[in-house]
Every structure is written in C-alpha cells, then in structure tokens.
Ligand binder design. Sequence first.
Ligand code: XMP
Length: 506
Amino acid sequence: KILILDFGSQVTQLIARRVRELNVYCEIHPYNHIPEIGDDVKGVILSGSPCSVREEDSPRVDMSLFRNKLPLLGICYGAQLLAHTAGGEVMASGHREYGRAMMDKKSGENPLFANISEHSQVWMSHGDTIVSVPESFEIIGSTDSVRVAAFHIKGEQTFGIQFHPEVTHSSEGKEILKNFVVNICGCSQNWTADSFVESTVAALKEKLGDDKVVLGLSGGVDSSVAAVLIHKAIGKNLYCIFVDNGLLRKNEYEQVLESYKSLGLNVKGVNAKDQFYAALSGLTDPEAKRKAIGKVFIDVFDQESHLIEDVKWLGQGTIYPDVIESVSVKGPSATIKSHHNVGGLPDFMKLKVVEPLNTLFKDEVRAVGRTLEIDPNILQRHPFPGPGLAIRILGDITAEKVQILQEVDAIFINGLKNKGLYNQVWQAGAILLPINSVGVMGDERTYEKVVALRAVSSVDGMTADWCHLPYEFLAEISNEIINKVKGVNRVVYDISSKPPATIEWE
Ligand code: XMP
C-alpha cells in the first residue's frame, strides 16, 4: 500500500482517490500521527498544506522515517518541505500562482515523467515557491514562472512536484501518479471491488466467528452494502433492524423492506411512527427536531437489540471520509480526541463495533455493491437525511403534513426517474413551506400550502449547484402536483447554490 501523509490540504482525499483509481490501496494519515511503517508500505506521498514552510510552527515530519528507505513523492507543500529540509530555499512568490500552467520536461527521461508529453498542462496552487535547491537535486520540470516545478533527488527514489497531479486540470496527473505508484514503488494493481469483497468476507468470518451482529438499516447505500457484506460472512447471525420513523418517502418502508428480504437479509421492520410523531409534537426548532428524532431512534434501536439474545457486535456502514482524521495545522497537539463517557450510553452502544466499509470512498462502496449484485435502485439512491421529511417540513410536524409532502415528493422523484433525469441529479426533494398563498380554483379563491422543489448537482454535498432542469419538465411536475395533491396550490423551484445556501432548508 501507499501511505499518504496529510499536512492539511483541501485536496488530500483526491490524492487517495486517484491512487485507488489505479487499483492500488492507500491510506491517509495525519502528518503528526504516522503509523508504524511495515513491509506492506511501498511508498510515501506528502500532501499539500495551507501552511508555509517558512513559518516556525508549520507542520513537519521526521523525514528519516522513510526518506531514502522508501520511494517518496512530495506534492506542493510536501515538495517545499523536502527542498527546505534538504537545504534548499523556499520564498514567498511575488504573486499567488494559481491555475493552469504548461510544464516543460527537463533533462531527458525521468521515471516520474515516463510517457509524459514534453509540454504538459499542470495545475498550480501555491503562495510559496522553491527558489534554490542543493546540488543533489535535479530539476526535471519547469514552467514559465516556476523554475523548480518538479525535482528528483539524485541517487534516491525521492521526488517533488510543485503542481497538483491529483486534480483533473493536470491533464497527465494520473499518468504521473501511476509512474510513481506502479513503476517506482512497484505496487501491483490488484485492489478491486472483487478482491475487496473476497478479503473482507474472509476477514469478517475470522473476526466474528459465531458471534451475533445487530445492524440498523436506513435504506441508503452504505448500510445496505455493509449488511450484505456481513451477511455473506455470517449469514443468519446478522440481525438487521429497519425502523419506520414515519418520515420516509412515500411507500419507501414497504419497498425497501421488500428488497432487503429479497437480498436474503434477516431483517426486522419496526413500525415506530407514532413514537416519532409524539416526540416531534409541537417542536418547531430544527435542532430540537433532529435531537428528538435521534433520541427516539436510539430508544427503539436499544429496545430491539435487547431482543436479540447474546448479541456481541454493532454493525455500521461508516465510510472512509467519516473516519479520516482531519488535520489541525495549528500544532501537533490540537487533534487529540476525548473519549465518550461509556457509562451514560445506551446498551447497544457498548457493543463492539464492526465497520466493513470504513476504508472505502462512496464510489467504491457503490462498486462493491454492484459486485454483490445489490439492487441498482438501492445503489443509485440519492442521499436522504437521517431525520427525513421532518427537516423538509418547515415548522412543526404532523402526520397530515407528512402525507402531503410524501405525495408531492413522489410526483417529483418519479418524474425525474421517468424522464431519465434521476441519475443526473445528486439529490432532489420537496420542501413544505409554513405559509399559505392565495390561488383560484373554478370560481373559488383558495388559500393553500406552498411547496418548493430542490434538485442539486454536487460531488460530496459540501458544495452544490442547483440543477438546470428543463422548463417543460418543471411545468409538468408543477401541474401534476397542484392537480393531484389536495392542499397545495403553488410550486416554486429553488435556484440557490451552496454556499451561501444549503441543500436542506433547515
Ligand atoms: P446541507 O443542508 O447542510 O446538507 O447542505 C448537506 C447534506 O447533508 C444532508 N443532511 C443531513 N443528513 N442528518 C443527516 O443524516 C441531518 O440532520 C442532515 N442535515 C442535512 C443533506 O440531505 C445533504 O445531503
């Protein structure tokens, strides 16, 4: 595997994604929590950082742990750190160098740039620049404004590049990473969904033996894939619980339960609608609603898990982005975590935790799901918030409002599916607004509810843009909603991007 040391760059995860796309396994670790480097580590990549090596307290590592022992590639800050610690000079550039640049290869063939064009487009994003390097450094790439755009330390497998090969604007970035990871480090490209399933199922068998596991299904991709993997390893000893909180989409509970059963999972559906509605009654503050829902869920889950005799493990669909420790660049002591007070937790949380997907990115979870032949309807689902429709009904929640919103949402989502738009949209849904507006039906004035439709494109939900859905489509959906859903006489479309707006309305 490849070890990626994170110095706090926004794009460190992208480096990992690119390496994984080469079917090579890699792990991200904070620069200040470097794991033991065993024989399985074939090379090290140093990430970028918002810091400057010229600052006294900028993040540092003990290079002797790996330099000249393993192939080493510094990217941006990582390259500057290599130059700085080897006696080179790094200075502030006169201007921030940001965006596209053309790099010229220097001094013939270097293994890092094998099969790379003589002039290659690269993506720069840095405030500092390397102005001088020691004798032992060979400059292997330059751009018009950056003389030391890439270097190789002679006699070592150590390289530095000022640009970002992990972003797609570096047109041959993936080739460069492949040269490093495959040719220089010698990693074999055998990290695939199939191999992951095979090794994970074997490891789960070993770890869980005859123990029982309880797992809460949400209907989403992650918990479904986690369940099927664990099921493949231990069969009926996996007890799945799927709670109807009364805040799911129309018919979702029945449909999802059905598809879980056809996957062979041992799943118990628990109808707890009334408990959720009772806890939500009269609450209008979004955070209070979220807390109430979280609490009821824990109560229900705790109660259900007590019914499973001698259960030892809690299965979870946690994925890699949730567990990558974020790096604090304010100093090495700032990332120490406090431990929960175990005494106050519900019983199920005292179980040992098994998280078979905690090394995977979302797209890899989907690929594993395809290998496991999980229903594409589950794998391609839009993300849906845990508190469900409760945070799409602004203000207080009643069963009647839930029902109205379910009808509206179903028309919108089915419309997207029927028109082949669903998979082009990252997330879509409807929001019930806490206001009435005037309308006219026949000779009567009406005073009824307003709903908003929201559809966004996004990569990870951190930023998003509103989808430019066809006008004709929006017109049809609006008509259908107003004609079919009693109590709604106006439909609006949300054209805000995130930031500054968010995807959900509360
Ligand atoms: P925002 O509204 O913050 O949403 O732009 C980003 C993503 O997070 C989801 N979201 C939630 N998911 N519990 C969840 O499980 C929540 O309380 C919650 N709030 C927002 C939202 O649907 C979007 O995918």
